[in-house]
Design a protein around this ligand. Structure first.
Ligand code: F6R
Length: 246
């Protein structure tokens, strides 16, 4: 695990955008796993600003998750978020945008379809992740056991609260369920970059880097992955020893 520290979230976002650009220059048909949430907003802003400089046309993008029960055009939907923050501003082929359909009639079939689509693309080359204050990645919430593949997740109140701003500030308006990539879907990516900013993430980051591997902190499973970079701002790194490199 490589730990990279940045003075602030803008420096981090710029470094991450540079990394994605380099990956795309090396492999224009890269399969890119993408998160939503507050953390990647600065990164998406960077990608928008540098769009002319980044070869988007061959990229295949797979989002980590989507809420169940709302239309993809609902302002709270992750699909709408991705269009607003990135896809509407870059030359990605719409056929290469993949986000689970939270309104599918048969949600289990949709999970299987999504997992099969990732496999058919050859698996994810670069997966970018945020982390929940509870240590979740995607919507793999702390539990006694975790799901391997794309599945329907029941969201913790904490997770719904942290998405409240997408639903007019009302956490109870946030759907109770989401479709999420599973742990094996995420750990199957050839490389992973986890991004965390702010003091609220410091405990989860400490568990991810220093703790035991436990389903009570799903991100801790990244310790078994051979190619993980953890990119942190000073506040998110505050509980790590200054010389921590793994
Ligand atoms: C979002 C996702 C979540 C978020 C995490 C952090 O697609 O999968 O795991 O990355 O909840 O969210 P923020 O960045 O809003 O703190």
């Amino acid at each position: 695990m490589i730990i990279q520290r940045f003075d602030d979230e803008d420096a981090l976002a710029s470094a991450l955008a540079t990394r994605v650009r380099e990956c795309l220059l090396a492999n224009p048909t890269l399969v890119l796993g993408l998160p939503t949430g507050r953390t990647p907003l600065a990164f998406y802003r960077e990608l928008r600003e540098r769009h002319a400089d980044i070869p988007w046309s061959g990229v295949r993008a797979f989002n980590l998750d989507e809420f169940v029960g709302i239309d993809k055009t609902h302002p709270g939907a992750y699909h709408a978020y991705m269009c607003r923050e990135l896809f509407d501003h870059v030359s990605i082929d719409p056929a290469n945008i993949h986000i689970p359909n939270g309104r599918a009639e048969d949600l289990k079939a949709e999970c299987r379809r999504y997992e099969a689509a990732i496999a058919a693309a050859g698996g994810i080359d670069l997966q970018i992740l945020g982390i929940g204050t509870n240590g979740h990645i995607g919507f793999n919430e702390p539990a006694d056991g975790l799901c391997a593949h794309t599945h329907i997740a029941e969201l913790e109140q904490k997770s719904r609260e942290s998405n409240a701003q997408l639903f007019g500030g009302d956490w109870q308006a946030v759907p109770e369920r989401a479709i999420s990539m599973g742990m094996a879907t995420i750990l199957g990516a050839r490389s992973v970059v986890l991004v965390a900013t702010g003091r609220k993430k410091a405990d989860a980051v400490y568990g991810l880097v220093e703790g035991l591997i436990t389903p009570q902190l799903p991100a801790s499973f990244l310790q078994v992955h051979p190619r993980v970079t953890v990119m942190l701002d000073a506040q998110a790194a505050i509980r790590l020893k200054p010389d921590t490199t793994r």
